[in-house]
Structure formats: C-alpha cells, structure tokens
Design a protein around this ligand. Structure first.
Ligand code: SAH
Length: 215
C-alpha cells in the first residue's frame, strides 16, 4: 500500500521542481490535491507516477508534469474565469479550481463528466460548472474567458476559442497530428493574437465538429 502523502511529495520534487516548474501557487496546489481520488480504485498506487493513466473509455489523465506545465502557462492570479475542454477525470479541473475564481469545463463523454462531478463534491470543490457536449464549440454563453485550456489534441485551433478569449487572455492548446503535437500558447493583446510554441506533447484526440472527426 502506497503512502499517498509521501508519493505526492516525491512527485512534486522529482517531476515538478526538478523539471523547472516554478509557479509557487501551482506547486502548492499540486502538493495538496489528492490525485489518487481521480483514478480508478485499482490504480491508486500508480496515481503519482510519471506517466498518464487510463481513466476508461480510451481516455487518460495527463501526467503530473504536463498538468503543472499547462497550468503554469495560463499565468493565473486567482481572479480569472477559466474554460477547460476535456474534463476527463477532473484532476486538471481541480487544480485550476484552486488557483482561480471560476472554472467552466466541457467533456463529451457523459460517464466521465458525471464521475468527475462526484469527485468534486467529495473534495468540496464548488467553483466548477460542468457541461456535457462538444467542446470544440467552446461555451459562448459564459464567454469571454481570461484563460482557456484544451487537454485534448486538435489538428488546428478551433475558431471559437479565439472569439471567446478575453482581451489579455491566454489559450493553451496542443495542436498537431494524432501522434505528436506542439503545445502552443496564444495571447490576445490589443485585439491581436500572439502565438508561442511551448513544448512537444502527446494527448488523446479532441473529437468534435472543429476537431478530429469521429470514425
Ligand atoms: N484533463 C483531463 C485529461 C482528459 S483526456 C484529466 O486531467 O483527466 C482528454 C479528454 O477530452 C477526454 O476525456 C475526452 O473524452 C475529452 N474530449 C475529447 N474531445 C472533446 C470535445 N470535443 N469536447 C469535450 N471533451 C472532449
């Protein structure tokens, strides 16, 4: 039986701090969030390991370092309205919810969304609103967002995210082929879009009207 407290400490030291994650708020929140609550009971002993894990329906919970890296890239101060695409297990959502004011998260698979909802209740995370549906359309009714994070890979940047981004806002999204993608950050500055390449990465597919088509 793994001691989760020790495993989490080791994760933070070896996977985050040692690999350049420097935002103290991200480190603090990942140091206390029980990642093992977001994986199936048979897998809790692997919850803090340095790789993605299956969460069912061919989807994965991202590895800790990429969660930290993407969160840090959003440059949250605590006041933002954040849109997340791909709720999945809800782990990334839970990290965001503790670093900002309000999180809206969309998941296309009903059972994953419902399971994540139950986990948020259990952990007392109350500033999260979930929607089941195609996240490639964004969530226009609640826009604009100060930060948008997409945790599934897209062949290109869906237009809706650019339109729903607030002035000064940041969008972080993996873009590329099915096998490998580049994580990019787009900032809206004085109505203009500035794009930066952050790192190579590998995510499951963003499936929807403006993502990959379902087969
Ligand atoms: N952030 C998640 C990672 C989940 S993997 C976590 O921490 O666990 C990516 C998720 O995106 C999957 O659950 C998948 O079902 C979902 N997804 C894929 N295409 C989507 C779409 N168009 N809209 C919403 N969710 C989508």
């Amino acid at each position: 039986m793994v001691d989760f407290h020790i495993a989490r400490k080791k994760m933070v030291n070896e996977q985050l701090l040692a690999r350049g994650i420097s935002d103290p708020h991200v480190i603090e929140v990942m140091s206390r969030t029980p990642r093992h609550e977001f994986v199936d009971s048979g897998m809790t002993n692997q919850a803090y390991q340095d790789h993605p894990l299956n969460i069912g329906l061919k989807q994965t919970i991202s590895q800790p370092h990429i969660v930290a890296f993407m969160t840090q890239a959003l440059e949250l101060t605590g006041q933002e309205k954040v849109l997340e695409i791909g709720t999945g297990s809800g782990y990334q959502t839970a990290i965001l919810s503790q670093l900002t004011k309000k999180v809206y998260s969309i998941e296309r698979l009903t059972s994953l969304s419902n399971k994540a909802r139950r986990t948020f209740y259990r952990l007392g995370l109350l500033n999260i609103t979930l929607r089941i549906g195609d996240g490639t359309l964004g969530w226009p009714e609640e826009s604009p967002y100060d930060a948008i994070i997409v945790t599934a890979a897209s062949p290109h940047v869906p237009e809706a995210y650019l339109n729903q981004l607030a002035e000064g806002g940041r969008l972080v999204i993996p873009v590329g082929s099915e096998e490998v993608q580049t994580l990019i950050r787009i900032r809206k500055k004085s109505g203009r879009l500035e794009q930066e390449k952050l790192t190579e990465c590998r995510f499951v597919k963003l499936v929807g009207q403006y993502g990959w088509q379902e087969i």
